[in-house]
Structures are given as C-alpha cells and as structure tokens.
Design a protein around this ligand. Structure first.
Ligand code: ATP
Ligand code: MG
Length: 370
C-alpha cells in the first residue's frame, strides 16, 4: 500500500545536497497563452530568485498544453512567446537550463512506463482534472458525479481526452526524470506535486529500490501563492480569461483593472469583505505592498473607501511590475536565432540527464536487452 504522508520538509535553508552538489530545481509552464500575474508571482518570480543558487532547469510544457487541444499554429507561437517571457522576466540562459518539453523524447517514453503504476481512480479524483473534464463536457454543476458523466458520455464531440486524465503522470515524469529536489509552483499545482511524490514512492516500493526522491514546492519560507482573477473568481488562469498579462499594454491593463468585479461597497463599519473585493486586496498586497493595502483596508473598515481610487492605485502599481517586462518581451520575441539557440542547448543538456534516468528506470523495471 502507498503510505499517505504530508509534504516532506526538506531542509530549505541549504542549497546543497549532502554530497555537496547543488540541489536541482525543476519547473515548467504550459504553452497555452501569454503569461499573467498568477504565473509571475506563483512561479516565474521564484524561478528567477533561485537561479543563482541552484542547479535550475525550466521548461516550456508544450506536451501538457496538448491536453486542452490547442490550435497547432497558436501552440507554436505560444512556445516562443513563453521562452521570450522567461527571458524577459529575468531568467538567464547562462545560469539555467531552458528547454522545450517535446524536445526530450525520453520524457514521453518514461511517461508510458510510469503510467503502469498510476491508478485511473486517483487521477479522476484530482481537482484540476474534474474542473477541466466538466468544462470539456459542458457540465456546470459542482456535483461529484463527474466520473459517471465521463463514463456515460456518448458524445464524441465532447469527450474528455485521456491525456488530460494522465496529466499528473506526465508532470511526475517531468520532475522525477531530473531527480529534482524543488519544484517552485503555485498553490494550484500542489495536489499534482503530492501525486508526484506518491508515484515516486510507489515505484520505489514496488521494485524495492531507493531510487526517486520526494520533491517539494519552494516558497522562500512562505506559503504557496494563489493569485486571484479580476472577475471575482479564485484563480487567475490562462484558460479562464480573467488575467492581467505581462504583455498587456498600459491602456489595456488600466481598462481591465477599472472593470474588475467589486460590490456595492460597505455601508456599516467593519463589514465583512466580499470575495471580489478581497481579491483586489490580495492583488494589491502583491504589487503595491502592505502599507498601501492597509490604507485601503482601513478605508474599507470605516466605509470611506472608493473602489475607483483603489483600482487606479492597483493599476499603477501593476504597471510598475509589468511594463519593464513587456518592453523586454518585445525586444526579444522576434529574435528567432537567439531563441532557438537557447532551447537547442537546453535540449542537449537535458537529454543527457533524461537518458541516464530512463536507462536506469528501464533496468529497474526489467526491460533489458536479450
Ligand atoms: P492553464 O489555464 O492553461 O492551466 P495556467 O494559467 O493555470 O494555465 P499553468 O501553465 O497551468 O498556468 O501554470 C504554470 C505555473 O503558474 C504553475 O506553477 C502554476 O502553479 C502557476 N500559476 C498559474 N496560475 C496561478 C495563480 N493564479 N496563482 C499562482 N500561481 C499560478
Ligand atoms: Mg494551470
């Protein structure tokens, strides 16, 4: 049986493994569109902060993007765009390995092998699968009957594809193929990361080996972040249409923020804060800092708040973060020669690590030459 454990607490104060080598950091972002503030604060900013001290490897998850069936041309553009956005946000190709997931065929083979140790039931129970399956089938209810709906569904135009189901297997392989120590991700990915640990433990125990280690999220001692959307919803997401993108121009960004969902405003002192307004405070904490948020929270508590003022300030502070990055994206993204050189180098180095792991995994599983 698998043992259920909480996330292991690796010593996050040291960037070195017991053998003196640097700890390995691995993370990726799906090429499903432009990067937004959720990606930035949940993931990318952590990547940049870790690049000096760790053996860090970041990829563009184009195979993961396929699970939601993108248009081929858009997929290709998005891979390039995300690479440019990685670089524009401050990732240095001399300090990190940057690669495209589909350039590493070893990942696909190990995904097949790892699937033999993954249960359909546990995959069907993951929150993000349920959400995406509901979307694919056009189900609006939150009911837990989704498994029945999937199996009973006879409409081939509204199917839930198997790649979507096995997304956590692929994610586990992305991480385990590098024997990564840390996987800096946002809060929404923590359940997948727990599955990665579970699959690794299961592999170890099935074959009686001590082969895979248990990777953990990395938050510089803080909590994992979930950046909310501007539509009052819980999560800003590329597929949700509620994002502030790093590439947004000034006018677009201001317009989006001014249109963000709020409520009628407090009429009594110290009223509870509604979710959409709490979301704006959360965003403000990230881009403006605590003093500014405290000022507006106080104004909320004594009913003097004007949401228009809060939004103006929020837009201003968001622009301070995004505009310099936007400028660098525009400078880099059409330099095909530069971009392709970076991922070519990244693929060569990654394939060396990946080939070694795959060879060992095949050995352990009993796939040997006659
Ligand atoms: P999609 O909607 O296509 O799944 P996404 O916006 O959720 O896209 P991903 O590529 O799935 O982005 O995630 C990339 C990284 O960004 C992950 O580490 C994820 O945890 C993080 N991330 C995404 N959205 C948020 C968010 N709203 N808050 C914090 N982190 C986030
Ligand atoms: Mg996502």
């Amino acid at each position: 049986m698998d043992s259920e454990k909480t996330a292991p607490s690796a010593d996050q104060n040291s960037n070195l493994r017991p053998d003196g080598s640097k700890k390995v950091v691995l993370s990726g972002i799906r090429s499903t569109g432009n990067l937004h503030l959720g990606n930035y604060y949940g993931a990318l900013q952590k990547f940049v902060k870790m690049q000096d001290d760790y053996d860090s490897r970041y990829f563009i998850a184009d195979l993961h993007a396929l699970t939601t069936n993108p248009d081929p041309k858009a997929l290709h553009e998005s891979v390039k765009q995300i690479l440019a956005e990685y670089l524009a946000a401050g990732l240095d190709p001399d300090k990190n390995i940057l690669y495209v997931q589909s350039d590493i065929p070893e990942i696909s083979e190990m995904y097949l092998l790892m699937n033999m140790h993954v249960g359909i039931g546990e995959l069907m129970r993951t929150a993000s699968f349920k959400d995406k399956a509901r979307k694919a089938l056009g189900i609006t209810s939150e009911s837990d009957e989704i498994e029945k709906e999937i199996i009973g569904n006879q409409n081939n135009n509204a199917r839930v594809n198997a790649g979507l189901l096995t997304y956590p297997t692929l994610m586990a392989v992305d991480i385990l193929i590098h024997h990564a120590d840390y996987v800096p991700v946002g809060k929404d990915q923590e359940q997948h990361l727990e599955l990665t640990r579970r699959f690794g433990r299961r592999f170890n125990s099935f074959y009686g080996v001590d082969y895979f280690k248990e990777p953990v999220n990395f938050n510089f001692g803080g909590e994992a972040i979930k950046v909310p959307g501007l539509d009052g919803s819980g999560k800003m997401g590329k597929s949700e249409g509620n994002c502030i993108y790093l590439i947004d121009d000034e006018k677009t960004l201001r317009k989006k923020v001014m249109r963000a969902v709020t409520d009628a405003g407090p009429t009594e002192p110290n009223s509870p804060v509604s979710q959409p307004v709490e979301n704006l405070f959360t965003l403000m904490d990230l881009v403006s800092g605590k003093d500014t948020t405290d000022h507006f929270r106080k104004a909320y508590a004594d009913c003097s708040i004007r949401y228009g003022d809060l939004k103006k300030q929020l837009a201003e502070d968001m622009l301070n973060v995004t505009l310099p990055i936007r400028q660098r994206i525009l400078d880099i993204r059409d330099n095909d020669e530069y971009l392709s050189k970076i991922v070519k180098q990244g693929a060569e180095r990654t394939r060396e690590y990946a080939a070694k792991t795959l060879k060992e995994v095949r050995e352990i599983m009993g796939i040997r030459k006659i």
